[in-house]
Write a protein that binds this ligand. Structure first.
Ligand SMILES: *Cc1c(COP(=O)(O)O)cnc(C)c1O
Length: 381
């Protein structure tokens, strides 16, 4: 059986977890949390990064720090994971969904301005499959209308827009280190930001509303309750697991990219024959091989292909059901403009097996099965 995903494990994780245990400190903000944070800062060139317990929590922190209040409107794609919306709904915001572009499955930057009202406070671009949204337009709109930009870069760790790391372009960038993402700590994430003014509140919010972060740095002699807050810091055990992966990021990237390229090269003849569509990576984006998807003719073809692949021992999956079509989506938000692509493209999309240890022969077998499904005997690449 070829799984759809396997959590990454590079080999040093258990040594680092042992080290964390032996250091006598396994709560948050220990040695490995610091190492991960430094890696993120140095590699991705962000001024600040704080590890969190998930990307969902990173988004929640960003919603708090953006001062989202009841009745505020937040613009995002409907084609995304529930957490993108939940984080803002928890603050009482109304979600305004706009359509996606069919080429990248990202929010269509040209539809955002029309969705802006007096109540709009933030734009939330989601970098689907680690392929950047067209950020120049989004950042220009945000500046002109005084809106916050919160990047959902859950899938975009170590991917780039015009040479700048995803997650570092907006007011806040949110990463996921869930086991399904490129680098993992089981459950975890990070929130990134560039402005000094966010640092103190971010640290307080993450440390139960206290100034404990300052206390640990020796800046004050005792810590107290200073504002509202929660507990968004992960255990150093999880950070130890993650650090092994971040250190091995070049190798993880290279292996995922090799699989991605193989899929892309060998599925091209089927795309040229009109049997499926392949992902598009615009020139401004450098992606991280987070995902390989194809789009087939319609939902019925997709259901049959997923079943066919399962019979052949290959696990493939469909992805998001548009949020605006869900009960909560109707309750907490509205779709602005016409849904030309969101529903149609989401129903055609399916994801192929993709993980660090997937072998090229296995990926080639997946492609062979897809050829067989379509009865395609054209060129191999
Ligand atoms: C995975 C994912 C999340 C949630 O990440 P968690 O770390 O599981 O909270 C949010 N948004 C997108 C786009 C994701 O892919």
């Amino acid at each position: 059986m070829i799984d759809f995903n396997r959590p990454p494990y590079v080999g040093k994780e258990l040594d680092y977890i042992k080290e964390a245990v032996e250091s006598g400190k396994i709560c948050g903000d220990g040695m490995f949390t610091r190492k991960c944070t430094e890696w993120i800062r140095d590699t991705l060139h962000t001024k600040y990064a704080l590890l969190t317990t998930s990307c969902t929590h990173a988004l929640e922190m960003a919603a708090y720090l953006s001062d989202i209040r009841p009745g505020d409107e937040v613009i995002m794609p409907s084609y995304t994971f529930v957490s993108t919306a939940d984080a803002f709904v928890l603050r009482g915001a109304r979600i305004v969904f706009v359509d996606i572009r069919p080429d990248t499955m990202n929010m269509d930057e040209n539809l955002i301005e029309d969705a802006i009202t007096e109540k709009t406070r933030a734009i939330v671009p989601v970098h689907y499959a680690g392929v950047a949204c067209e950020m120049d337009t989004i950042l220009e709109l945000a500046a002109r209308y005084h809106l916050k930009v919160v990047e959902d870069a859950a899938q975009g760790v170590h991917a780039y827009y015009k040479g700048r790391a995803l997650g570092t372009l907006g007011d806040f960038g949110c990463f996921s280190f869930h086991e399904t993402k490129n680098y993992s700590m089981g459950e975890g994430g990070a929130v990134l930001f560039q402005k000094d003014e966010y640092l103190e509140r971010a640290e307080i919010l993450r440390e139960k509303g206290t100034d404990r972060s300052k206390f640990f740095r020796g800046q004050i002699d005792k810590y107290t309750w200073v504002d509202y807050g929660s507990s968004y810091l992960p255990s150093d055990l999880n950070a130890a697991y993650l650090y092994a992966q971040l250190e091995a990021c070049e190798e993880i990237d290279a292996r995922r990219m090799a699989v991605w390229e193989l899929y892309h090269r060998t599925l091209r003849p089927l795309a040229e024959a009109g049997l499926l569509d392949q992902p598009v990576v615009p020139a401004y984006a450098k992606h991280n091989a987070h995902m390989y998807y194809i789009k087939v003719q319609d939902i019925d073809t997709r259901t049959r292909l997923i079943r066919f692949l399962r019979e052949k021992g290959v696990s493939s999956v469909f992805h998001y059901i548009p949020l605006h079509s869900a009960g909560a989506g109707r309750k907490f938000g509205r779709f602005h403009g016409e849904d030309v692509y969101t529903t149609r493209e989401s129903e055609r999309l399916m994801r192929l097996p993709m993980y660090y240890t997937l072998k090229l022969e296995e990926a080639a077998y997946v492609v062979d099965c897809i050829r067989e499904f379509f009865g395609f005997d054209g060129p191999k690449e």
